[in-house]
Design a protein around this ligand. Structure first.
Ligand SMILES: [Zn+2]
Length: 216
C-alpha cells in the first residue's frame, strides 16, 4: 500500500490548482486519463483531506485594501496563545508560526481605525513581547503555498494516534470510507473504538477523535 501521490494525482492537482472550475471531464481531456479515474482520484484526495476545497482568487488590489505584514514575538511556550488571540480576526488573512518563536501574519483591511484598534488589542496581550509591522507596497508574486513539484508526496496523520506517516501504515475501508492507521496496534484500537462509537451512535456515522500518541 502506498500513500504516495503518483504522476496522475499530481497532474490532476496541477490542473485543479490552475483552474478550480475545471470539470472532471475537462481535466481528463487535458491530461489524457479517463474521467472515472479523475473522479475517483479526486474523491480519494478529498477524503484524505489533501484537497481542502475550491476557492475563488480575487485581486486584492482591486478591492482597494491595504495589506500589512505583522511580526509578533513571544516566548516559545506562548506561541499557541498568541495564535489563539489573532486567528479568528477577520483582518488577519494568513498566519505563519516561525522557527525563531515569532508569528508572522498578513493582514488586509480597508479601515485604518480597525487596524489601530487591533494593534491596541494586541498591546494588552502579555504573551507578546515584541511587535513589528510593515506595510505591503507591492505583491510581485502570489501563489498557493502548496507547491506541486515532482517530489510532492503525501503525509497523512494516523487517524488513531495522530502521528505523521509516510508510505508505511495501513489503509482500511470502513463503511465505504478509507481510514489511515500508522501500525497494526493503532489499527486494532481504532477498529475497536470505531465499532463502539458506531454502536452507541446508532445510524450516525462515527467520528473517531485522534488520541495523544501512545507507546508502540
Ligand atoms: Zn498510530
Amino acid at each position: 500500500m502506498s500513500l504516495n501521490l503518483d504522476d496522475v494525482d499530481r497532474k490532476i492537482l496541477r490542473e485543479l490548482q490552475n483552474d478550480g472550475r475545471a470539470s472532471f471531464r475537462d481535466v481528463s481531456a487535458r491530461i489524457s486519463v479517463s474521467t472515472p479515474t479523475v473522479s475517483s482520484r479526486v474523491q480519494a484526495m478529498v477524503e484524505v483531506g489533501l484537497i481542502r476545497g475550491y476557492s475563488t482568487m480575487l485581486d486584492a488590489d482591486m478591492l482597494g485594501q491595504v495589506s500589512v505584514v505583522l511580526l509578533l514575538e513571544s516566548k516559545p511556550a506562548d506561541l499557541d496563545k498568541v495564535v489563539e488571540k489573532i486567528k479568528d480576526q477577520e483582518l488577519v488573512r494568513q498566519i505563519y508560526v516561525l522557527s525563531d518563536s515569532r508569528v508572522m501574519c498578513i493582514l488586509s483591511f480597508y479601515n485604518q481605525f480597525k487596524y489601530q484598534r487591533f494593534l491596541e488589542s494586541l498591546a494588552s496581550v502579555p504573551e507578546i513581547t515584541r511587535m513589528d509591522n510593515s506595510m505591503v507596497m507591492r505583491v510581485p508574486k502570489e501563489s498557493p503555498r502548496a507547491a506541486l513539484t515532482d517530489e510532492a508526496g503525501l503525509l497523512i496523520k494516523c487517524y488513531y494516534c495522530g502521528h505523521m506517516m509516510k508510505d508505511e501504515g495501513v489503509k482500511i475501508k470502513l463503511d465505504g470510507k478509507y481510514h489511515y492507521l500508522c501500525c497494526s496496534v493503532c489499527e486494532r484500537l481504532y477498529r475497536e473504538k470505531y465499532e463502539k462509537l458506531k454502536k452507541s451512535a446508532g445510524t450516525l456515522k462515527p467520528v473517531v477523535q485522534a488520541h495523544p500518541p501512545h507507546e508502540h
